[in-house]
Design a protein around this ligand. Structure first.
Ligand SMILES: Cc1cc2nc3c(=O)[nH]c(=O)nc-3n(C[C@H](O)[C@H](O)[C@H](O)COP(=O)(O)OP(=O)(O)OC[C@H]3O[C@@H](n4cnc5c(N)ncnc54)[C@H](O)[C@@H]3O)c2cc1C
Length: 449
């Protein structure tokens, strides 16, 4: 059967030095979305994914507004979603709001199973590499771990494609493979192996931004819990401020995955990346008891520290070396959410001839440019102008003045000039809690957006 989205015009003839039509470096959110988009549009391409860790996708729960995913991408994004809600709550001090926008979550374990299911069971290339260099082993972390992290059942479960499609495809995944160099047409691993392709995409995540000047941090520690009693709400609470606001805007983020399964995260918009597990757990524990819940068990934990840039380092990249996800600036600088932009990037790369990927990404970067600049400016206001303990007021105002549609446009990075004006005008309502000198100094010393 002909697949409507299939693009077959530009697959590269096999030559010894260019084994792959596309190499993806990094098997996290962006790398995985690219795999799905490539499978949709170029099922016969030869794709190689190189991931530093032992498994795909790390340990995350990615949430987003499903309406932010364009209709053209839903067929390959929807199978990733495990939890959906019809709205969510915001509670900031006495202010309460129900936002009537759909919300959804993708656990990374499920993501890894869906994406991993699209790769071959064994890799002839890896077998050849191992035969040539028997000293390379999984333990040595030199690409020996060809997606054997997935059982055959898991692979079939995660994959929508017929078994025969998967078995025949030239899709290879090497885990435990640390890429140390990315050049225009090849990559080199820490073991000195090189892999060649005319299209190499850097999806190595946020590390490029870590430690840079000119950013604040969104940091969080989350606890997934099994409860003995029912959780009182069926919808998520994406912000519930707590009393201690010293380390920046600090709130609890709660996702009820079931009546007796809930994830609660202590989240902060802070000037520093430091985060202590015990400090976060104490707040979550206190919150649980406040809800009358005493019987619970921690079944999983996750944590993250995301740079929220206010200089140009974090802008969507349209440079010669294609970079997606956080590595390429394809995230919403002011919210830290990256799924909608990562989907858009994957669609731009895969939805036409691969030789035209750079051009399509450039066009998309142009389209996002002013919004990305504006979002970084919001970060500068938040982290440089407003003192940590008064930051909650910015969010309170945001949820007070914007309607559901405007919130949706903001999160999806599709806001217009009128939305941008509405968000800024009236901030700050008073001079209390402002650091104007620090703000103007930061404009001069920390780079311009
Ligand atoms: C805990 C957490 C929760 C988040 N929640 C949300 C959310 O709810 N919604 C949302 O939209 N965003 C969320 N984000 C923000 C953002 O979506 C994530 O950071 C997202 O994972 C970024 O995608 P990415 O592909 O750019 O990077 P990552 O998902 O971090 O993937 C990068 C991958 O590259 C690999 N890698 C790195 N260096 C190398 C190398 N040298 N060689 C080979 N492989 C390498 C890493 O091991 C990793 O697997 C969250 C972030 C964190 C940390």
């Amino acid at each position: 059967m002909v697949q409507p989205n299939k693009v077959e015009t530009d697959l590269i003839a096999p030559v010894a030095s260019q084994r792959y039509d596309c190499i993806l470096v990094g098997g996290g959110l962006q790398g995985g979305l690219l795999v799905l988009a490539m499978k949709e549009f170029h099922p016969n391409a030869r794709v190689l994914m190189l991931e530093r860790g032992p498994v795909l996708a790390g340990n995350h729960t990615w949430s987003f507004h499903p309406g932010d995913v364009p209709a053209a991408c839903r067929s390959w994004v929807d199978p990733l979603v495990q939890h959906r809600w019809d709205g969510y709550e915001v509670r900031l001090g006495k202010f309460r709001r129900s936002v009537l926008l759909q919300y959804a979550s993708i656990p990374s374990e499920h993501f890894a199973s869906v994406v991993g299911g699209l790769f071959k069971t064994d890799s002839a290339y890896t077998v050849a590499v191992l035969e040539r260099s028997p000293e390379m082993s999984v333990a040595a972390g030199c690409g020996g771990a060809t997606n054997d992290i997935f059982s055959a059942d898991e692979r079939r479960k995660g994959s929508d494609c017929a078994d025969s499609d998967c078995a025949d495809s030239e899709w290879e995944l090497l885990t435990d493979t640390h890429v140390v160099e990315i050049a225009e047409d090849h990559v080199v691993t820490s073991c000195g192996q090189s892999f060649h392709s005319p299209l190499i995409i850097d999806c190595r995540g946020p590390s490029r931004l870590a430690g840079k000047r000119g950013c604040g941090y969104q940091k969080f520690f989350g606890f997934e819990l099994e409860l003995r009693e029912d959780w009182p709400l069926t919808n998520p609470t994406v912000m519930e401020s707590i009393a201690d606001q010293r380390d920046g805007f600090r709130f609890l983020y709660t996702l009820p995955f079931g009546r007796r399964r809930v994830m609660i995260e202590d989240t902060r918009f802070s000037d520093s990346p430091e985060l202590e597990r015990q400090d976060c757990w104490d707040v979550v524990d206190h919150h649980l008891r406040g809800q009358g819940i005493t019987g619970f068990r921690i079944v999983r934990e996750e944590s993250g520290v995301l740079p929220m840039p206010f200089d140009a380092v974090g802008k969507p990249s349209d440079q010669d070396q294609l970079a997606g996800g956080y590595a390429g600036g394809w995230f919403h600088a002011a919210t830290g959410y990256s799924l909608p932009m990562a989907v858009a990037f994957a669609h731009a790369v895969a939805s036409g001839p691969l030789a035209g990927a750079h051009g399509r990404v450039e066009e998309l970067a142009r389209d996002h440019r002013w919004r990305a600049t504006y979002s970084r400016f919001l970060n500068r206001l938040l982290f440089r102008l407003v003192t940590p303990k008064h930051r909650y007021r910015i969010f309170k105002r945001f949820y007070r003045v914007l309607g559901d549609d405007a919130i949706k446009r903001f999160y999806s990075h599709r806001f217009g000039p009128a939305d941008a004006f509405r968000i800024i005008v009236g901030i700050p309502p008073t001079l209390t809690g402002l650091r104007p000198i620090r703000f103007f100094r930061s404009l001069l010393s920390e780079g311009n957006s």
